[in-house]
Design a protein. Structure first.
Length: 363
């Protein structure tokens, strides 16, 4: 496979494109600039997305996206015939769109199968070393990966466009997340009901679906108390997940100060609308951190085993709080020794987080 401009495509001939990102919420949101760039370069093109159903809120209402197609994880438990029927309906819907270009942004095998089955003229994916020859031959263009280069995931995603001759502009790389008018008005009413004025509270999202990315509840509670002593109002959110809700309950038990608790009560779109009204967001490496960045709310991000150069807050005022005494980070492991607890994160001192908060609030 040849890399370089010699096989850049004639984008003026593109009518429809399909971008596939079958990963988690944050990963999907970090693809949003790609849709902007592609639509800007080819204004007449219709760009569709294929994502897991639970992540579609990250892309719904994106002005550069024509349609969002879904893969539902619960198809696997519906029985063989029911699953095949759903898969066939999805395939027919995709085939009827007549894509000229398929951009596949993960290692999921579905992308390679669709690149062949949809007979797109061009198909782009990253050149994953572990993939078979048959997988790689499914694509007309492979994007070289630089395993030792520390580049943000947004730029890695945009490499798929660079590979076919589309160079992103400086002003086109912002994350795009549209809460929608109903969610915006609903959250405004919710905030008013709790006496929270816009830009006069701090949004704290201490949890993550990944336990090894979480700060201990005693540190989180101490942060809430310290912020309250400074006269700050704090609104806490969490996903409607049992482990995250247990974390909030433990923080509530340990904290002396009161906080407004929205944990488990907001959709992702509502979470975005809430972040947009906060004067500051504090959280760990998680989708809500990327959501806050998309809403241009200043971010204090607590990082442990994951790398802030690849996954940090994108194009927003921010401070990263990370250990300088653990040379092993970022290791990418699910806790030290695979034990789901990351010492480089759990040992981050309260003072470091408060210093980051002060630095941003003084801007």
């Amino acid at each position: 496979m040849q890399y370089g401009p010699a096989d850049a495509i004639d984008v003026s001939r593109l009518r429809r494109a399909l971008v596939i990102q079958l990963r988690h919420h944050g990963d999907v949101l970090l693809t949003s600039p790609l849709f902007t760039v592609l639509k800007n370069r080819v204004p007449s093109i219709e760009v569709d997305a294929l994502v897991y159903s639970e992540t579609r809120q990250m892309l719904d209402l994106h002005p550069a996206i024509a349609r969002v197609h879904e893969v539902r994880r619960d198809w696997k438990g519906a029985g063989t015939m029911a699953r095949l029927a759903e898969e066939w309906r999805l395939f027919v819907a995709l085939r009827e769109r007549g894509y000229d270009l398929v951009v596949h942004l993960s290692e999921h095998p579905r992308g390679a199968w669709l690149a062949r089955a949809l007979s797109a003229r061009y198909a782009v994916a990253h050149d994953f070393a572990r993939k078979s020859r048959a997988w790689k031959k499914s694509f007309t263009h492979l994007v070289p990966l630089l395993p030792h280069a520390k580049r943000h995931r947004v730029e890695v995603n945009l490499d798929a466009l660079r590979r076919i001759g589309i160079q992103p502009g400086e002003g086109e790389r912002a994350l795009v997340l549209m809460p929608g008018k109903d969610n915006e008005s609903g959250v405004e009413s919710l905030l008013a009901g709790h006496g929270l004025a816009s830009r006069h509270f701090i949004h704290f999202h201490p949890g993550s679906r990944w336990q090894f990315k979480c700060w201990p509840p005693e540190r989180a509670a101490a942060l809430v108390d310290a912020l309250a002593q400074r006269g700050e109002r704090v609104a806490i959110t969490a996903a409607p997940d049992e482990r995250e809700l247990d974390l909030i309950a433990e923080i509530r038990r340990r904290a002396s100060a009161q906080f407004v608790d929205f944990s488990g009560k907001l959709t992702l779109k509502q979470l975005a609308a809430l972040s947009a009204h906060a004067k500051l967001f504090i959280g760990v490496d998680s989708a809500p951190m990327h959501i806050a960045a998309a809403m241009q709310t200043p971010v204090v991000a607590l990082f442990g085993p994951s790398g802030e150069l690849e996954w940090g807050p994108w194009q927003v005022a921010h401070r990263v709080v990370a250990s300088g005494t653990h040379p092993c980070r970022p290791c990418g492991n699910d806790g030290c020794g695979g034990g789901k607890v990351s010492e480089c994160l759990t040992q981050l001192p309260l003072e470091a987080a408060l210093a980051a908060v002060d630095s941003l609030l003084r801007r």
